[in-house]
Design a protein around this ligand. Structure first.
Ligand code: KMT
Ligand code: NI
Length: 173
């Protein structure tokens, strides 16, 4: 599931693997509040949605075929480091992509996701998303209430944001 902290993407194509060679495991992900599941049956997602009180869902296809001229700007927007004031749950139905999340030491951790992978990012965690070189992913997005996806970009000062403060992991010793 997870590659190690990756190289700075500023110097390259965000869609390349940027694999540092250091694997991290699900325990380390859990330490930063990220949950990962492999769910081969839709029934498993229904159960999880019920458990966590998620009432709505939709599906998004991120690809040039689906998005046309908007594709490149969308992918750049997803890749702007941001947080949300709600959990972000994504269930991959087809294709592949990367979620990058910040570790406790504020390093990037790159998580490659493919069909049947489900990820839960906690509210307030800094993260970003990109497709890979295949430029194609289809994902189900789960929402507690109305579909809402408001990114708060890190370039705005969010230190005082209550969701950010609640999420902020203690610095490693
Ligand atoms: C996100 O939150 O960055 C997205 O919704 C991207 C598409 S879902 C794989
Ligand atoms: Ni997001």
């Amino acid at each position: 599931v997870a590659g190690g902290p990756e190289l700075a993407p500023a110097d390259g194509d965000q869609r390349l693997p940027h694999d540092s060679g250091r694997d991290i495991n699900e325990e380390e992900l859990k330490d930063i509040g990220v949950l990962y599941y492999r769910i081969p049956e839709l029934a498993g997602v229904d159960a999880l949605a019920h458990e966590r009180d998620y009432k709505n869902r939709d599906e998004i296809t991120v690809s040039p075929a689906k998005m046309g001229d908007a594709y490149e700007s969308k992918v750049r927007m997803f890749f702007d480091e941001h947080l949300h004031e709600d959990e972000e749950i994504r269930y991959i139905r087809d294709g592949k992509g990367y979620f990058d999340v910040r570790s406790k030491g504020d390093e990037w951790v790159r998580i490659q996701l493919e069909k049947d992978d489900l990820i839960i990012l906690p509210a307030g965690i800094y993260h970003r998303f990109t497709t890979d070189e295949d430029n194609y992913i289809q994902a189900m997005r789960l929402f507690k209430e109305e579909p809402k996806w408001t990114p708060l970009n890190r370039s705005n000062d969010l230190d005082g944001n209550e969701y950010r403060k609640a999420c902020e992991p203690p610095l490693p010793n």
